[in-house]
Design a protein. Structure first.
Length: 128
């Protein structure tokens, strides 16, 4: 896997992006997680904006191990329970509403939130 494939310049950034993709792939259908919680799980609790950047640069090509078809990027929302992705706001809101059988722009994090502890997620993706 190259850093170019995932839109990054450094190996450290690539490692962070791959961790975010791996974690996002674990968010169950019908649940949402916040950018901040994914940053926490990835060991960089102050990097929630970088989580957003990683998801923005998620490859579309199905030839990439992690791509927009197998990583449910739409399940990641802001800490206020709202979609903060300006570029794909309608698409993301529609995908979430379809999964949650809702019609809303604000998602109840107490009801739909997925907030595991670090020990409860799979961080081992060295086989990739």
């Amino acid at each position: 896997m190259s850093s170019h494939e995932y839109g990054t310049g450094s190996q450290d950034t690539l490692a962070f992006y791959l961790t975010i993709y791996h974690l996002t792939a674990q968010i169950p259908r019908g649940k949402v997680c916040t950018y901040g919680h994914l940053a926490y799980l990835a060991g960089k609790p102050n990097n929630s904006r970088q989580v957003g950047q990683a998801l923005k640069l998620l490859p579309r090509s199905e030839q990439s191990h992690y791509n927009s078809q197998n990583v449910p990027w739409w399940r990641v929302i802001g800490s206020g329970g709202k979609v903060t992705n300006i570029e794909n706001k309608k698409l993301q809101t529609d995908l979430l509403n379809s999964e949650l059988d809702k019609s809303t722009e604000t998602f109840n994090l107490n009801k739909f939130g997925w907030f595991p502890e670090v020990d409860d997620v799979d961080l081992d993706f060295t086989c990739i």
